[in-house]
Design a protein. Structure first.
Length: 105
């Protein structure tokens, strides 16, 4: 019985975090602020869902697949956020070290 309560709490917190991240993405004004919420959505909630799955099912082949999926999210999420931030910065300010057109010194 207590295992089901722990699973429910973990999943409830994960869903709440995802909803807050979605709300943050919708409310924030620029891409850089939105990226903060996107990075939390790919790192915090998946771990909570994985923890709930481990509590519920134990270590099995399905949980090993979930561990691999969360590991990929944990590695790829920050890389994608960083690449998106670099692309946005390039769009806003041009390439680093190169003066924007019309502003040569």
């Amino acid at each position: 019985m207590s295992g089901n309560a722990i699973v429910d709490v973990l999943l409830g917190v994960a869903v709440a975090i995802e909803l807050l991240c979605c709300l943050g993405v919708a409310v924030m004004r620029n891409v850089y602020d939105r990226l903060h919420y996107l990075s939390a959505a790919t790192s915090v909630a998946p771990f909570l869902i994985l923890a709930a799955l481990l509590v519920r099912e134990g270590l099995s082949s399905q949980t090993l697949d979930a561990i691999a999926t969360v590991a990929i999210l944990f590695i790829a999420g920050p890389l994608l956020v960083h690449a998106t931030a670099r692309a946005a910065r390039r769009i806003d300010y041009g390439r680093p070290g190169v003066a924007p057109k019309g502003k040569e010194e």
